[in-house]
Write a protein that binds this ligand. Structure first.
Ligand SMILES: Cc1cc2nc3c(=O)[nH]c(=O)nc-3n(C[C@H](O)[C@H](O)[C@H](O)COP(=O)(O)OP(=O)(O)OC[C@H]3O[C@@H](n4cnc5c(N)ncnc54)[C@H](O)[C@@H]3O)c2cc1C
Length: 503
């Protein structure tokens, strides 16, 4: 009996023992695989999970076909997720800084104005460059790419409805499902991606809304709220929970981030639920009340962003036909080697368990192929970082205080504020802090939480430390370049095992 996936770390220790045939035929980008040419691996979905698995399979010399229905590779992340949102976050932050934070630096700018169309074009240029880059990598690694929608015919055969018309089918010894996720809809609000939008609409608005209500104060909601608030939209975020950033974000860090985002002009309604919405041709009203029930209030808006989370996507895949199972949340049920109950069919990325993050999907893409070729793979689910790309950024890895308390783990806390860091001071950008949590007895790092500029880069060091089982003293005794923001990271580690020097 296969069990639901339980996160655990598996290291590759066995020697490579692949008996799969190496591909010898030359690569042709638009040559469709036929039933005659059985593939070693067929991958359904060309998002981060699927395209990484395809490249890894090609590198291992496997005959591999990747099927993608969007007609462009890169999935949610490159087309409508990580990449376009970060382009808008970066450029809106620059606009906001020029508007509000240059005079004191001796830089005077006159005639500043927003060219939204150009900002969108810059985003589209970044997306196009990166998605084309994957096509190049497919070519380089002999990955056969089929543009169309795949559906199971049987346990080894995928029928494909081709984008350019017609049908084909492809057989695989192994099949990997990597069909990703979609925005969870809000009951009673019909998404039109113009007035009632998901993040996909939020990265493509053609006019600056005057007022926006964001339903959901998680990472995606707050990133989109940041973009539009910086450009001049009045944004109100309605969140059911008592904190922003989702339950993974440490409560102390979340509070600090909320304070800083409020200072930038965003309004928050926490412990509040949306009860209904009224969408008319020229008006939009969102009705809210206290999460525990109470007096109702109506919020006017030009646009409402539904950001209450994402759900696995598997529509039209026909997996039920062959007996593959999903749980009550629509996640494919797999074991620790990503196998469904049909062992040659594996599932990776957003459509199965674990955090819906691109780098998690990527790790699984590599590991799934290594399970096929070597019989072992490695993903440490205890060391997957999370980043919220607001300003300042929020990033964390490992466990937060609430999680440790719930498990009755005894821990030490060490913090260091950026206001005491020389580089942050010279940058005139001192908001935030670094917080370490380490085991009270062994000093092994259990979690690191950062709010501050560049937190998303700095969390890499924390992730490495966690992966290698480092103690806070290990980090504290490691030399960090001066003057850098990362010295705040070192000092927080010093504060955990002993004392910080500069605070
Ligand atoms: C606005 C936004 C911002 C985000 N920002 C970040 C971030 O900063 N960092 C981060 O780590 N993550 C971020 N994410 C999450 C990240 O995008 C996902 O975790 C990641 O894309 C998951 O990869 P995946 O390959 O599992 O799924 P997807 O990227 O969703 O790819 C699945 C692909 O499968 C295709 N497909 C589905 N069904 C079929 C079929 N039957 N036949 C053929 N093809 C099919 C789909 O068209 C899609 O292209 C963000 C998401 C959003 C929405």
């Amino acid at each position: 009996m296969l069990k639901a996936f339980a996160p655990r770390a598996i290291r590759s220790t066995r020697p490579i023992k692949s008996n799969l045939a190496f591909r010898s035929s030359p690569f042709l980008l638009r040559t469709y695989a036929t039933e005659a040419e059985e593939q070693d691996v067929v991958i359904i979905g060309g998002g981060v999970a699927g395209y990484v698995a395809a490249i890894k399979a090609g590198q291992a010399g496997l005959k591999v076909t990747c099927i993608e229905k969007r007609g462009i590779l890169g999935g949610t992340c490159l087309n409508v997720g990580c990449i376009p949102s970060k382009s808008l976050l970066n450029n809106s932050a620059l606009f906001h800084q020029i508007q509000h934070d240059t005079k004191n630096r001796g830089i005077e700018v006159e005639g500043l104005k927003l060219n939204l169309q150009q900002m969108m074009k810059a985003k589209d240029t970044s997306v196009a460059g990166l998605t084309k880059g994957i096509e190049f990598l497919f070519k380089k690694n002999n990955v056969n790419y089929i543009r169309g929608t795949g559906a199971f015919k049987d346990e080894h055969t995928i029928d494909v409805n081709l984008i350019d018309g017609g049908e084909t089918s492809v057989k695989g010894k192994n099949i990997i499902i990597a069909t990703g996720s979609e925005a969870t809809p809000f009951p009673g609000l019909t998404i039109d991606e113009k007035k009632v939008i998901t993040s996909t609409g939020a990265i493509a608005l053609t006019d600056l809304p005057k007022k926006m209500v964001v339903i959901g104060g998680g990472i995606i909601g707050l990133e989109m709220a940041s973009v539009w608030s910086r450009l001049g939209t009045e944004v109100t975020i309605v969140e059911f929970l008592g904190q922003i950033g989702g339950p993974g974000m440490d409560a102390e860090i979340s509070k600090m981030a909320q304070k800083l985002l409020t200072k930038q002009g965003m309004k928050f309604k926490l412990n509040t639920k949306v009860t209904s919405g009224e969408v008319n041709a020229d008006s939009l009203k969102i009705h809210v009340e206290a999460a525990k029930g109470g007096k109702e209030e109506a919020l006017d808006a030009d646009v409402v962003l539904v950001a209450i989370g994402r759900r696995p996507y598997s529509a039209g895949l026909g997996f039920e036909k062959i007996g593959i199972e999903t749980d009550d949340k629509g996640r494919f049920i797999i074991d620790h080697e990503y196998r469904t109950k049909i062992p040659h069919i594996r599932v990776i990325g957003d459509c199965t368990f674990g955090p819906m993050l691109a780098h998690k999907a990527e790790e699984e893409g590599v590991a799934a192929i290594e399970y096929i070729t070597k019989g072992s793979g490695h993903v440490n689910y205890g060391a997957i970082p999370s980043v919220m790309y607001t300003h300042p950024e929020v990033a964390w890895v490992g466990q937060n205080e609430a999680e440790l308390k719930a498990q009755d783990v005894k821990y030490k806390v060490g913090t260091f504020p950026f206001s005491a860091n020389s580089r942050a001071k010279t940058n005139l950008d001192t908001d935030g802090m670094v917080k370490f949590l380490s085991d009270a007895e062994t000093d092994r790092i259990l979690g690191v939480h950062i709010v501050g500029s560049n937190a998303g880069e700095m969390i890499g060091e924390a992730t490495l430390a966690l992966e290698y089982g480092a103690s806070s003293e290990d980090v504290a005794r490691t030399s960090h370049a001066h003057p850098t923001l990362s010295e705040a990271f070192k000092e927080a580690a010093m504060a955990t095992y002993d004392k910080a020097i500069h605070f």
